[in-house]
Ligand binder design. Sequence first.
Ligand SMILES: [Zn+2]
Length: 316
Amino acid sequence: MESLKRKIQHSIIKMKSLLKDKKFHSQHVVKRMEELDVANPVIPEKALFNFSIDFEIVWGNGETNGKEISSEQRIQNALVQARAFGPFMDMLDEIGFPITWATLGRLANPDRIPPQESAFNPDWSIDWYDSHYKNLENQIWDGTSYLDRIKEAKVDHEVQSHGYAHIDYSDSSTSEKVAAWDIETSLMELRSYGFEVNGFVYPCNRPRYENLLPKNGVEIIRGIDQSWITQGELKKTPLGFWISPAIYGLDDMIKIIDHAVERKSFIHPWMHLIECDLNEDDIENFYRPIFEYILKLQRDGLVENISFKRINELLK
Ligand SMILES: [Zn+2]
């Protein structure tokens, strides 16, 4: 049963849509259905599904209103991720559902600091590579136990690179040297940790220096609009959409998925574990039933739960 807080959140969104657009579905659902009108070019006879988690713990710095995220906020975000990770993995193990982890290289090794000319140093940040978090409890900054768990999971999860230090590749201060160090270091650390990585997700979906990716063995990325790039040395999937149980109800998601099945399109929700609130029982009320629904559709031959790696192979 959906929690009271979630019910209220969804009712407010639906009420606003009714008043503003005279529509009974929320504007988010209407938008998603429009985006999912295009059939996927990979397996045209069915819909495709990929669920990704952008995984950062305390290293997920970024800019809001011209300032970097506060230390307190980063610690709070990391604690929520740390708390949700175990139960989320348990659920995926239980139902046998592989997903994609867009992971910072800093989770495999938190100690790499670039030489000055390769360091990300925008005017809105004090010290991007600030290591003082390592004086705090391990679970918020040391990614290795999470990566071990992903490696040992009962299902075969995919790991992609999300860069090394969550830099903003689109920022005007990011030179090619800065981008190159971040891409190379991230891939090197994740691969040395034992993951086969050939996909990349730009932090905050802000791309630049895409030419560096194929040189580093990256063959596929999450794109920044809803189109497919199926030719050339770097393939791109549609951007997909940010999923949060604060915005969508389970019924909304079923509607979106059913629409995608009809159009045989690519459903690509992505999130951070920050959005998964154990107090609202989001795993049982939202994520598990979505994945179980995908598994049922997969058994019926209507959907395939697919990795980026597999998409890339099929496009070759
Ligand atoms: Zn991110």
